[in-house]
Design a binder for this molecule. Structure first.
Ligand SMILES: [Zn+2]
Ligand SMILES: [Zn+2]
Length: 205
């Protein structure tokens, strides 16, 4: 995409925003080294294997926690999206679509990115927005999803699960996107958050 992307809603240029996904770890040697270095400070602040540091327990704990937090920050997956500060719209580009809209590890639900791309390529509904990259009209799709924060535990008996199922929230979210540019446009950034949450799944059909 070009350096400056215009908001499809006509508000003007959009801004890149960097996000750290605290749950997904990437390979960052220094980050992991910091995490491991922090462990002895917390596990045994009064009995460190080296003596050049203070023997103050609180200071040692502080150093340990600091190392863990900084290490965790470094190893967290960084994704970027484009935001419009005027209308609160959000654009996901190709790489971010893959990173943010994965399927779950157990394969119980659709890969969200794959589902959305397939739906986009077969959608006949024209969006009212034009793609900011190629200028063509985008396509609009409706994506069903379940907010799995209340999802039943796989280990509980069926009868309990039936009751719990009632609280599983099924919803749909409307997305516009350009298949050619592999780009998604969310009129409200909130919708993207709902869909990219770890607990959200797209039910298999
Ligand atoms: Zn806007
Ligand atoms: Zn396009």
């Amino acid at each position: 995409m070009s350096a400056e992307v215009q908001c499809p809603a006509g508000c003007g240029p959009m801004k890149y925003k960097t996000n750290r996904n605290k749950k997904i770890r990437v390979f960052d040697p220094l980050g992991y080294a910091m995490i491991f270095a922090g462990i002895p400070f917390i596990a045994a602040p009064d009995n460190l294997p080296f003596d050049f540091l203070t023997s103050n327990l609180i200071v040692n704990m502080g150093i340990g926690i600091g190392l863990l937090v900084l290490g965790a920050q470094r190893t967290a997956l960084v994704t970027t999206d484009l935001r419009c500060n005027t209308c609160k719209g959000l654009i996901l580009e190709s790489k971010s679509i893959d990173q943010r809209l994965k399927g779950d590890l157990l394969g119980l639900s659709e890969n969200k990115a794959e589902y959305i791309r397939t739906a986009l390529s077969s959608s006949k509904e024209e969006s009212r927005y034009a793609c900011p990259d190629c200028g063509e009209k985008m396509r609009r799709i409706v994506v069903p999803y379940e907010d799995g924060s209340h999802r039943p535990n796989a280990l509980v008996p069926d009868i309990v699960e039936d009751i719990q199922n009632l609280s599983t929230v099924s919803r749909t979210v409307e997305i516009d996107g350009c298949e050619g540019c592999d780009m998604l446009w969310f009129e409200k950034a909130k919708r993207e958050r709902m869909l990219s949450k770890d607990s959200t799944i797209i039910p298999k059909t």
